[in-house]
Design a protein around this ligand. Structure first.
Ligand SMILES: [Zn+2]
Length: 275
């Protein structure tokens, strides 16, 4: 696995590469705009050029993460749905401009999961139709907090099945979220059955394009999204040892989303020592 970290874009997206190199990352994930706001000014062409130049000269692979405000399962006709779709399209456009191959998104939240799954698939198809090109949507498994969809891998599979744009869909697997959702990665049998469940649900592990490597602050099945530094949480190191030794994921990108960026170098050293 190619190991990296989620890096800040303060000062412009191109600045994330320098931070990645300082942290010892060999890949990175970024937000393509301020993740806490709906609106952002368009990307400056000079910033796009700077980003592409950095990507070329460093050779570091990049993936993007969508804003947490977006809810693709927001009710049809609602203001939230319209804002979510527009923001999602804008972020896909930014990825396309920057040459980023995948935008990771938490699929959405809706009390009625059957309805939510349909709404998510519809939103993805509508958004991708507005952004012709290469950029893909990588759906992330969730911790299942509140009414979040896709804590159960079978819901990821149902979104794939309901979408008419499957060729532009992938999965980003978050270790903390899987554990919080009740998938026990802390022993070999649990690890094997977790990925067997995922494989069956989404129709093949080649659909997994990226990993979020996070320990979990709370116990197995807690259903809360609380990331912890590698080895300091309830998961321990074994899940990461198994994942990094798993030949099915040799070429995949895995990025840290742990709480303290100052500890990225230490976490990356810990992970590399497991291989
Ligand atoms: Zn994540």
């Amino acid at each position: 696995m190619i190991l990296g970290a989620h890096e800040s874009i303060a000062g412009g997206p191109s600045k994330a590469f320098g931070r990645a190199r300082e942290h010892g990352a060999e890949a990175l994930q970024i937000f393509v705009k301020n993740a806490r706001g709906w609106k952002a000014k368009p990307l400056d062409p000079s910033e796009v050029a700077a980003f592409r130049a950095e990507a070329r000269s460093t050779g570091l692979p990049v993936m993007a993460h969508a804003s947490y405000l977006i809810n693709l399962a927001a009710p049809a006709g609602s203001e939230l749905r319209e804002k979510s779709l527009d923001a999602f399209v804008d972020e896909l456009d930014r990825c396309e401009a920057l040459g980023i191959p995948g935008l990771v998104i938490h699929p959405g939240s809706c009390a009625d999961h059957d309805e939510g799954i349909e709404l998510i698939a519809e939103a993805i198809d509508a958004a991708l139709a507005r952004v012709p090109g290469q950029v893909q949507v990588w759906l992330e498994n969730t911790a299942g907090q509140g009414t979040a969809i896709a804590a159960d891998f079978r819901e990821l599979g149902r979104i794939f099945a309901a979408s008419g744009t499957k060729e532009r869909l992938g999965v980003c697997f978050d270790t903390c979220h899987a554990f919080a959702a009740g998938y026990d990665l802390t022993n070999e049998a649990g690890y094997a059955s977790t990925f067997a469940s995922l494989e069956e649900a989404i129709g093949g592990l080649q659909r997994v394009r990226g990993f979020h490597l996070n320990d979990c602050k709370k116990p197995l099945g807690c259903r809360v999204d609380r990331h912890e530094e590698i080895g300091d949480g309830a998961m321990g190191l074994l899940p990461f040892r198994l994942l990094l030794g798993d030949e099915r994921f040799t070429g995949a990108i895995g990025v840290l989303e742990t709480p303290e960026p100052e500890r990225y170098p230490e976490n990356l050293r810990k992970l590399r020592a497991l291989v």
